[in-house]
Ligand binder design. Structure first.
Ligand code: SAH
Length: 212
């Protein structure tokens, strides 16, 4: 299978809606097939989410691009990702920011993602296993936070890890259907925008869904 031309076709498709060329260029450099289990590799460049084991998914490329664009990264930021999953989104963030801290609750996924990212040569991504608290307060504040699992509400635990002026993108809604919400933290009232509907696996933990 000719992954390079499949990838170019996907980027061309995304470029109809996504205008940030840095995001498109980053996605054009990253081999998504390496983040997808072997049995689904032939689907790596379809614009759909794919299973990555343990009932989790690598998100749909369009949603990934939309969320990443909304973070308005310039290259200098420290970014937090919640939900490492396959590691694909972390790779995109690593191309666009200075440093990426990504947390995952399932050790098996964190381990596989770590190997793929290491093989690809990324040296600005830290992966941590998160247990009880949401996010990674140890390295806060972050200029951008990307939550790649759905929450019932915007967790206060994550707002407090966001720098003033920082952007957070998070799917908020029910277990099965959410809206993508962008929050810009401000000294007084935070700015809130709605980016459209989406469907993510659940964010598990105190301040989100309490069980699987
Ligand atoms: N960003 C990933 C897709 C993530 S799927 C990618 O690019 O492939 C959502 C992930 O969030 C799952 O792997 C799930 O285990 C993880 N997750 C759910 N709740 C979490 C929490 N509280 N902290 C860290 N990871 C969490």
């Amino acid at each position: 299978m000719d992954f390079a031309s499949e990838r170019a076709r996907l980027i061309e498709h995304l470029s109809r809606e996504i205008k940030d060329t840095r995001v498109l260029e980053a996605m054009a450099r990253i081999p998504r097939e390496q983040f997808v289990p072997p049995e689904n590799r032939h689907l790596a460049y379809e614009d759909i989410p794919l299973p990555i084991g343990l009932e989790q998914t690598i998100s749909q490329p369009f949603i990934i691009a939309l969320m990443t664009e909304a973070l308005e990264l310039t290259g200098t930021e420290k970014v937090l990702e919640i939900g490492t999953g396959s590691g694909y989104q972390a790779a995109i963030l690593a191309e666009l920011a200075q440093q990426v801290v990504t947390v995952e609750r399932l050790p098996k996924l964190a381990e596989t993602a770590g190997k793929v990212l290491e093989n690809l040569g990324y040296s600005n991504i830290e992966i941590h296993l998160s247990e009880k608290t949401l996010g990674w307060p140890e390295a806060a504040p972050y200029e951008a936070i990307l939550v790649t699992a759905g929450a019932p509400k915007v967790p206060a635990e994550l707002i407090s890890q966001l720098a003033i002026g920082g952007r957070m993108v998070i799917p908020v809604g029910s277990r099965y259907l959410q809206e993508l919400v962008k929050i810009t933290r401000q000294r007084k009232k935070n700015r809130i925008e709605n980016l459209g509907g989406c469907r993510f696996v659940s964010l598990i933990g105190k301040g989100a869904w309490e069980n699987e």
